[in-house]
Design a protein around this ligand. Structure first.
Ligand code: URA
Length: 430
């Protein structure tokens, strides 16, 4: 291991067998955390060649189960976001794509740090199960065209172990380490076509568009080299997506969006990504697929598919008609503007942290999550405010949490005197 670390530190390309040995030895417990940490830090400074990245990712993918979805008919599609705040696109997109005849076999994750996770959000729906056996998963996708479940514990266990180490050794924000982490799980999960949503901005791991492009390209290359159809869309995460942050609040926004009454930024991103997934599913060209998706939104087919998905996974389908069944926090608190102006910027990571402080995310690994806590934003970047306007409403089950969360949220906002224009939410494709 000493030699492998030294080679990486000196920028000498590692062989496939050295990388396989490294992953195998670490998962088996033969390589200690301190040596793996040194290796990861060397990667932060020296990067990885494309050949190294391919071998490293495959070794992580093959460290656990490789799911076989061949018993499911059609082109199986998946989407994956690199993580954001208020990012509830998965359930909207999955419902729309399945309503248009696409086949969505998706494994999702839980919240990580300031970012939310689809599985936590889904678990705010009463009764809904996110753990299905492989057989239940396959049958559900064959029957209704969609299933969204949590990753089984044996999908890319090397990533699980390495991610936990990266989290505490300042080695998360590295393009090769993020690319291998995400793609090892995606390759192991078995979908034929994968749409990657690479977020960029103050709420994302990638802070610049150039880095987002490099990450997107690295992931697309890994997927293509392994026979998968992969496309990446680069989307803005310099302000939270939609208006709601927090699990049940976001599910309510998903339902509103599928009723055609969602926030414009969220609706637009969902329509574009669902269209790309249908094109990847060979359902037509972009324009045809876009109008199919739009129709499914307008005629309620997407909403009906969400209800089917919820019921199939044991949840209460009536939440689609009555979102109060999701429950609500005991206390609310309005944050008001102290001066007039325009919201010039939102530090989106800090907005996510404010929501975690209310209980909507985990402070420690495997810690509890308050399903009804969170934030509803009434003003976002670009909006004019006058003193006294409600900027956001906080939701919590413990009133004492409001003070700290308000402080964090207010500090995340920059209120300027000049109207600022907000750019496109979709920034490019790879
Ligand atoms: N999401 C992942 O799954 N892994 C990373 O490294 C970053 C985001």
């Amino acid at each position: 291991m000493y030699d492998v670390i030294l080679k990486k530190r000196q920028g000498i390309e590692l062989t496939d067998s050295e990388l396989q040995w490294l992953i195998h030895g670490y998962v088996a417990g033969d390589i200690p955390d301190y040596q793996m940490s040194a290796f990861l830090m060397a990667v932060i400074f020296k990067g990885m060649t494309p050949k190294e990245l391919g071998a490293f990712t495959m070794a992580m993918a093959y460290s656990g189960d490789m799911v076989d979805l061949s018993a499911i008919k059609g082109i199986k599609v998946d989407k994956h976001s690199t993580g954001g705040v208020g990012d509830k696109t998965t359930l909207v997109i999955a419902s729309l794509v399945a309503a248009c005849g696409g086949v969505v076999a998706k494994m999702s994750g839980r919240g990580l740090g300031h970012t939310g996770g689809t599985i936590d959000k889904m678990e705010s729906i009463p009764g809904l199960r996110t753990e299905l056996s492989e057989e239940e998963f396959r049958n559900q996708v064959n029957n209704i065209g969609v299933a969204v479940i949590g990753q089984s514990s044996n999908i890319a266990p090397a990533d699980k172990k390495i991610y936990a180490l990266r989290d505490v050794t300042a080695t998360v924000d590295s393009i090769p380490l993020i690319a291998s982490s995400i793609m090892s799980k995606k390759l192991a999960s078995g979908a034929d076509a994968i749409l990657l949503d690479v977020k960029v901005g103050s709420g994302a791991f990638m802070k610049t568009i150039d880095d987002a492009r490099l990450l997107a390209q690295a992931m697309v290359d890994i997927g293509n080299a392994n026979g998968r159809i992969v496309k990446a869309v680069i989307t803005d995460m310099d302000r939270p997506l939609g208006q709601a942050i927090g699990n049940a609040l976001e599910i309510a926004e998903v339902i509103q969006t599928l009723k055609g009454r969602g926030p414009q930024d969220l609706t637009h991103e969902c329509l574009v990504m669902a269209t790309h997934l249908l094109v990847m599913s060979e359902k037509g060209d972009y324009d045809n697929c876009y109008s199919m998706v739009q129709t499914a939104l307008q005629n309620g087919a997407g909403l009906a598919k969400l209800r089917e998905l919820i019921v199939a996974q044991g949840g209460k389908g009536q939440v689609v008609d009555d979102t109060s069944l999701l429950g609500s926090a005991r206390f609310t608190y309005d944050i008001r503007a102290s001066k007039a102006g325009y919201i010039a910027h939102m530090n989106t990571e800090d907005c996510g942290i404010a929501s975690v402080m209310l209980g909507a995310g985990r402070i420690v690994k495997d810690g509890p999550v308050d399903m009804t806590a969170g934030i509803v934003m009434h003003k976002k970047t670009g909006d004019a405010v006058v003193a006294g306007d409600v900027l956001a409403t906080l939701y919590a089950n413990d009133e004492s949490l409001f003070e700290g969360a308000e402080k964090a949220y207010v500090q995340a906002l920059t209120i300027g005197t000049e109207a600022s224009t907000i750019g496109e939410t979709i920034l490019g494709f790879v």
